[in-house]
Design a protein around this ligand. Structure first.
Ligand SMILES: Nc1nc2c(ncn2[C@@H]2O[C@H](COP(=O)(O)OP(=O)(O)OP(=O)(O)O)[C@@H](O)[C@H]2O)c(=O)[nH]1
Ligand SMILES: [Mg+2]
Length: 379
């Protein structure tokens, strides 16, 4: 593997734009179940499940860069921990990490307030343990939450699958899926949809699963996917991910299927960029060394190129393409320029909600026109 600088680099360039100080807000333990107004406006993801199922570990590994081994030393959560993930305009949400022993029948548990303003409920089941109790808790949780908020999305993480063989994983998923759905039918909730994911903090599966959870909460997702599709078809790119750089979750990708290996490669590329940035990073007084013309290119020995471009302070586009097609880098760069402009417009539309849908479709057609009728010709 070789690491190459693109032609746009100049000698002043310092690899990586991502300031090592970039961090999410700190955890904020909070006993008060009645959130403030500003908190209420952000979509919420709830992390629930039995004790020791791995809820806090997931939150720490995905959003706070804790290494998986360090989670061994996490203490049991004894109150709701609210974590504000205000990292970009697209993914501004809060994660509420619940104690495993939470009791819905407790007077202080205000289910209206908790489930009412939440976008998704992630229920974590420890796959290395007996899961019968977890399934009955899941049923109770879904009943309670669905009653208060029929819009809430239910995401079941069959977690800690690193300890399971491949056959055992499939069998566990099938069994949990079957039992959980039977339980819902018993409870008269056959219309409620549960999504299942096999996860572990020891590989990329937890990031992939969280990506999908977060994507469901992004109203602009169809617009982003559409833009990515237009971008890759006009640039002869195999796959493109729009990454939230700090967490490495992807907030959108084009509509070709995602394979885990490609996703891992792109995550690794971000790690390389961030690591180099941390080691040889910007000097105190150099705030803007990484600008809109900067890029990172990694050529792999299988004639594939990984290409990273910064979209804005928090988002990066990472593409995989064949080396032959990278000959036309100028075309790709031009298309990327249009893509970035369109993304910026989608961001802007967010703040003009009454006109949002009209403006958004205008954004699509503009980009389509530029990409197909302009200088960027389909390969
Ligand atoms: N093998 C394995 N262990 C994990 C995984 N995720 C978490 N753990 C371990 O599970 C244990 C419990 O993790 P926590 O994150 O504290 O669990 P919790 O659900 O927050 O527990 P409470 O706060 O008590 O409800 C820790 O020792 C973690 O290291 C995983 O994916 N695989
Ligand atoms: Mg915990």
């Amino acid at each position: 593997m070789s690491f190459e600088e693109g032609p746009e680099f100049n000698s002043n360039y310092v690899v990586g734009s991502y300031n090592k100080d970039f961090e999410y807000g700190s955890d904020e333990p909070d006993n008060d179940l009645h959130g403030s107004d500003s908190e209420d406006q952000k979509p919420r993801i709830l992390l629930m499940g039995l004790r020791r199922s791995g809820k806090s570990s997931i939150q720490k590994v995905v959003f706070h860069k804790m290494s998986p081994n360090e989670t061994l030393f996490l203490e049991s959560t004894n109150k709701i921990v609210k974590d504000d993930i205000s990292n970009s305009s697209f993914v501004q949400f809060q994660i509420w990490d619940f104690p495993g022993q939470i009791d819905f029948f407790d007077q202080t548990f205000d289910s209206e307030m908790i489930f009412g303003g939440s976008g998704a409920l992630v229920f974590v089941i420890d796959a290395q343990d007996e899961y019968i109790e977890a399934l009955s808790k899941l049923k109770m949780t879904v009943q309670r939450a669905h009653k208060v908020n029929p819009e809430i999305k239910f995401e079941v993480f069959i977690h800690k699958v690193d300890g399971l063989t491949d056959d055992h994983k499939i069998e566990t998923q099938r069994d949990i899926h079957q039992r959980a759905n039977d339980d819902l039918i018993d409870a008269g909730l056959e219309n409620v949809n549960l999504s299942f994911y096999l996860t572990s903090i020891y590989d990329h599966s937890i990031f992939e699963a969280f990506s999908k959870v977060v994507q469901k909460l992004i109203p602009q997702l169809p617009a982003l996917e559409n833009l990515l599709n237009i971008f890759i078809t006009n640039s002869a790119i195999e796959k493109a991910f729009l990454f939230d750089v700090i967490s490495k979750i992807y907030i959108a990708t084009d509509s070709t299927p995602v394979d885990m290996q490609s996703y891992e490669l792109c995550c690794d590329m971000i790690d390389v960029v961030i690591d180099i940035s941390c080691i040889y990073g910007l000097k105190e007084d150099e705030a803007n060394a990484f600008n809109s013309k900067s890029s990172n290119i990694i050529k792999l020995n299988n004639r594939t190129v990984l290409y990273l471009r910064e979209v804005n302070r928090f988002l990066a586009l990472v593409c995989i393409l064949r080396e032959d097609n990278f000959n036309r880098q100028a075309l790709i760069d031009y298309n990327f320029h249009c893509f970035r402009q369109a993304i910026t417009e989608v961001f802007d539309v967010r703040f003009k909600s009454p006109k949002s849908s009209r403006s958004m479709s205008r954004t699509h057609s503009n980009v389509d026109n530029v990409l197909t009728n302009g200088y960027a010709v389909k390969p």
